[in-house]
Design a protein around this ligand. Structure first.
Ligand code: PMP
Length: 366
């Protein structure tokens, strides 16, 4: 068996200990003589797992009981529509929301939100001739006083930019798509009213999306919605109105336990900081051989994007990295170049090995 250094942007690497435990329990989970995939979601074993995972999520985030944790399906992409459906209603109602546009996934959220209301842009980082490569400063945000909420994307998976501050929504509910940096370090969750994240980067496998809503914001959600689109229904039924993605939630729970065992978000933040410093130092110390389009203050800790001097060298880098056991390093198709997605399960040793590979590649091909 071989394990590679896996920089996939998502679905992404999962801690080996988690995979090993899932393997060991595959045929007989908790003495049931069944896999977790084969037991009723109404049974006591699954129920304990389900609620335990919600509690552990709250604990790791430092969220109090006023936070309701939902497990939804359909990915973060479904949250792009569920959120405005719950808070804006139909387009004809004339409700408004603020969306900060920092790139591809913000735009995808905006596209859906426009179906439900009028969308305003406190900041729009689109630019001519390339992907957005910066994060707006607080002072630049032009908030719409009539907006129901302010939505932003904490980390831009494709562009390699990340908010290193929490936007001040001036008393309005703050909503964040945290899909690609959730639990990578301590964050000011409590300044938000709703956060959501597809699990398949830092939290586990695809198939489950975590939505955390503060109860005062939940109270304002619309009532008369299609059942599976209603935050209130999810909450009232503990995310078990229908059959939840049990196996994904099981792995999510194992990943959360792994996070706790390894020191929680503080410890994760220290490791991720060391990882990002090592990678960006390799880029910045390469005399321009590797170039990152993002200014230091706006750089993502999770998705490190850079280019080599030519597209041909990018290709060679990708190929030789694979031979060296370093995989899934190709940049997103609209952006090109290299992207290293160094989520929580990619450890510091893997990053050091990669930095060494980058230095050797540059010496040979510089
Ligand atoms: N938001 C962000 C920041 C993402 O990175 C992604 C997926 N890469 C999505 C949303 C879409 O997530 P999903 O595939 O879970 O719908």
């Amino acid at each position: 068996m071989k394990r590679v250094i896996n920089f996939s942007a998502g679905p992404a690497a999962i801690p080996v200990e988690v995979l090993e435990q899932a393997r060991d329990e595959m045929l007989d989970w908790q003495g049931t003589g069944c896999s977790v995939m084969e037991v009723s979601h109404r049974g006591k074993e699954y129920d304990a797992l389900h609620h335990g995972a919600m509690d552990l999520f709250r604990e790791l985030a430092g969220m109090g009981p006023e936070w309701k944790i939902l497990f939804t399906t359909g990915g973060a992409s479904t949250q792009f529509l569920m959120l405005p459906m719950n808070y804006l209603g139909a387009a004809g109602e004339g409700k408004q929301a603020d969306y900060i546009n920092t790139g591809n996934w913000s735009k995808a959220a905006i596209k859906e939100a426009k179906r439900f209301g009028a969308i305003s842009f406190p900041a729009n980082m689109e630019r001519e001739g390339g992907a957005p490569n910066a994060i707006p400063k607080q002072a630049e945000l032009k908030l719409n006083p009539a907006a129901e909420y302010l939505h932003y994307t904490t980390n831009n998976t494709i562009e390699g930019t990340e908010f290193h501050y929490t936007p001040d929504a001036k008393g309005k509910p703050l909503v964040a798509d945290m899909s690609s940096d959730i639990f990578s370090r301590p964050m000011e969750f409590n300044k938000h009213s709703l956060i959501y994240a597809g699990a398949q980067k830092n939290l586990g496998p695809s198939g489950v999306t975590v939505v955390a809503i503060k109860e005062d914001f939940l109270a304002k959600a619309k009532e008369d919605l299609p059942t599976m689109m209603s935050y209130k229904v999810f909450n009232e039924h503990d995310s078990m109105f229908n059959t939840p993605p049990c196996f994904s939630i099981y792995i999510l729970d194992l990943v959360l336990r792994w996070l706790k065992k390894n020191g929680g978000l503080e410890a994760m933040g220290r490791v991720n900081d060391a990882k990002q410093k090592a990678l960006y130092s390799a880029i910045d110390g390469s005399s321009g051989y590797y170039s990152c389009p993002v200014a230091p203050g706006d750089r993502s800790w999770m998705n490190i994007v850079f280019k080599l001097p030519t597209p041909e060298l990018d290709e060679k880098f990708i190929k030789e990295a694979k031979t060296a056991g370093i995989v899934q390093v190709k940049g997103y198709r609209t952006v090109g170049g290299i992207r290293l997605s160094a989520y929580n399960a990619v450890n510091l040793d893997a990053v050091k090995t990669t930095v060494q590979f980058m230095e050797e590649f540059r010496k040979k091909n510089g």
